[in-house]
Ligand binder design. Sequence first.
Ligand SMILES: Nc1ncnc2c1ncn2[C@@H]1O[C@H](COP(=O)(O)OP(=O)(O)OP(=O)(O)O)[C@@H](O)[C@H]1O
Ligand SMILES: [Mg+2]
Length: 344
Amino acid sequence: MPGAIYAEGLVKTFGDVRALDGVDLDVPQGTVLGLLGPNGAGKTTAVRCLTTLLRPDAGRAVVAGVDVLRHPEEVRRSIGLSGQFAAVDEYLTGRENLRMVGRLYQLGAREAKARADELLDRFHLADAADRIAKTYSGGMRRRLDLAAALVVRPPVMFMDEPTTGLDPRNRQQLWDVIQELVAGGTTLLLTTQYLEEADHLAHDIAVVDQGRVIARGTSDQLKARTGGERVEVVVHDRERIGDARAVLAGFGEGGTAYEEHTRRLTVPVSGGARLLAEVIRELDARGIEIDDIALRRPTLDDVFISLTGHAAALNGEGEGGDRNDGNDGNDGNDRTGAGGKWSE
Ligand SMILES: Nc1ncnc2c1ncn2[C@@H]1O[C@H](COP(=O)(O)OP(=O)(O)OP(=O)(O)O)[C@@H](O)[C@H]1O
Ligand SMILES: [Mg+2]
């Protein structure tokens, strides 16, 4: 039986651009799939196809047990979507926005009100609840948009870069909310550009590049493939570099690199934080003073370089590291609701 979200051979082209070039996905019920990829990889296009906002040129998709191409309106009843660009009504207050969504989804007035209050609290918007959304900061809008997607507790959720633009505290809080949702049985597909986020939230990760899934697995499996975990030590005293190097050699799984001007030694390892503690103890026991020590985990770039031989930022359309500076021709207000039509 296919999972709660299932796709086979999805293709979507925009003129010469093959935004999706045969994407297969399978997300078991109650799990989280992280769709990880750089700008222009096709993440949003995949989400839009699966949420009935865009009709794929080829392929098949089943969401919550319903064929997406045949019965889009039925799919819409079972899903929640928080798009890449927050879709809130600027001229309503936060509270009104959430109540309106509740009413659109046929909650009774009392229930819609209670649910709005609960979510405003949850997303730390209670103080701003009665201000129009136009006056909200970017992070507040983002949170309001996510709250709106949760009003009806849909069994299948899609979140397109849910934490982009959130500060660390709000990001952490959103992670907590997501984990609770999933513990309650919700199936979630989320897109992200942060390996750390996929790592934290997703049971399974699909790495997308140029419209294709180029790797698939748990974060541990991907990291093992990348082999990017390493310990970096900045040695205080240049004379002790040799001694420090000998210590690191005992823990490393490969040669130790040395960067002269920063007095930084880097060695590939596996074993995470526990190993880091051991390295510190050993350096200390030999009286080697250090200025800095860190365990570096593979980043999205490391994963990409190892999988594709090129850096993530070279993909897409040369947008480099700049986030959210354009919307790639997608209309911003992605929200499914009753009655929408396919767009081409
Ligand atoms: N409506 C559209 N018209 C034309 N081209 C489009 C449209 N939507 C997407 N594309 C193109 O399809 C490709 C994939 O875009 P998509 O928005 O799916 O990427 P993404 O992985 O979500 O990127 P980002 O991280 O920047 O959000 C890009 O080359 C984009 O320019
Ligand atoms: Mg996108």
